[in-house]
Design a protein around this ligand. Structure first.
Ligand SMILES: *Cc1c(COP(=O)(O)O)cnc(C)c1O
Length: 365
């Protein structure tokens, strides 16, 4: 697919690139949604037209994930960062703390929210070794008494990703999938609670997806404020108060787009092919590009690497932008480059970046 006029290849980590087909559809029906004479942002969240959007988005997400009636999709707000606090508030106690695997910045932030409440413990960490890998099964010291084990499935900043589902010995498994949600098939049934801020891979910032076992969501303590209880969202179908309707509508369109592409298996094949191009450019660079992630933990979504000097890194960012390859600067805590190649990043964009890496290396090595 050629690049639309006036657009660039957007490698930003989040907000991230969105499917052009979806952007165009949203644009086309923005003034008059489905013959209503109103915009989707003007329609009542109690109107039947919105109800259909809400229900279809939920159904498509569950269909893509292969989940049944024992799971519920919630639409919440406050981003993944708010989930960090809601998890211990709803599920952990002093007797049954939340267990956390530290694999990067967001995993650590999540742990800190639990720690702040005195309800958290660490079951494994790759912090001491610089977050180059995701802790493997044999590194996990599962506490059978824990309320849950929390993992961050794709570490957006470090560029590492889980390539296995942790065996938590019966303790409920919770995952932050903000940056790899719906990018590949996973055995989602092994998870009890999954959440994602959608702005990386699925839509505009403003809605947070929660997909969790109904039996678990029902357990929120009544002592919490109404909007902090998962059970409120479960009982009221995420319509206790005004939901972020536009974001939900948009995410629904992305879910429909994913189904049209062939679902998560097809997305995984495409995403792996794209990632392979960039990892090959790193591996075949005679050390000019140094990848951050250990090979067995490499992310299909965020490819992180450094150049021989900060001067060259600045030059790389500037010259890439001239080629319409934008947003490749890494997070300040890791430095270097980060190419985020979410579902909507076309193969051609990644191919151009890989070619650019090769040319840049030859000119500057
Ligand atoms: C971006 C990100 C977050 C933070 O998400 P917000 O929605 O901005 O709170 C949390 N976890 C991961 C893995 C992320 O990539």
């Amino acid at each position: 697919m050629p690049l639309e006029a006036d657009r660039v290849y957007n490698f930003n980590p989040g907000p991230g690139t969105m499917p052009v087909d979806v952007l165009k559809e949203v644009q086309a029906e923005f003034l008059n949604f489905n013959g209503s004479g109103e915009s989707i942002v003007e329609i009542s969240h109690r109107a039947p037209q919105y109800a259909a959007v809400h229900a279809q988005a939920k159904a498509d997400i569950k269909e893509l994930m292969g989940l049944g009636d024992d799971y519920e999709v919630l639409f919440m707000t406050g981003g993944a960062s708010t989930q960090f606090a809601l998890l211990p508030l709803n599920f952990a106690t002093k007797e049954h703390p939340g267990s956390y695997v530290l694999s990067g910045s967001f995993a650590e932030k999540c742990y800190k929210e639990g720690q702040h409440l005195g309800l958290a413990e660490i079951v494994a960490s790759s912090k001491e070794t610089g977050y180059h890998h995701v802790p493997q099964q044999d590194e996990l010291k599962i506490d059978p008494n824990a309320a849950y084990v929390h993992v961050c499935y794709n570490n957006t900043i470090y560029g590492t990703e889980y390539h296995y589902v942790p065996d938590t010995k019966g303790v409920p498994l919770f995952a932050d999938m903000s940056s790899d949600m719906l990018s590949r098939p996973v055995d989602f049934k092994k998870f009890d609670f999954i959440y994602a801020g959608v702005q990386k891979n699925l839509g505009p910032a403003g809605v947070t997806l929660v997909i969790a076992k109904k039996a678990l969501l029902e357990k929120s303590p009544e002592s919490l404020p109404t909007m902090f209880r998962y059970n409120t969202f479960l009982k009221k179908d995420s319509l206790y108060n005004t939901p972020p309707a536009f974001c939900i509508y948009f995410v629904g369109k992305v879910a429909a787009w994913l189904r049209k592409q062939g679902g998560l298996k097809v997305m995984a094949e495409r995403n792996q092919k794209k990632a392979a191009l960039l990892y090959a450019a790193i591996d075949n660079s005679n050390g000019f590009y140094r990848g951050h992630a250990d090979k067995e933990s490499r992310s299909f979504m965020n490819v992180t690497f450094r150049l021989p000097s900060e001067e060259l890194e600045k030059k790389f960012v500037a010259e890439a932008a001239e080629q319409k390859l934008c947003g490749v600067k890494g997070h300040r805590s890791v430095g270097g480059m980060r190419a985020s190649i979410y579902n909507a990043m076309p193969y051609e964009g990644v191919e151009l970046l890989a070619d650019f890496m090769e040319k840049f290396r030859k000119a500057n090595a």
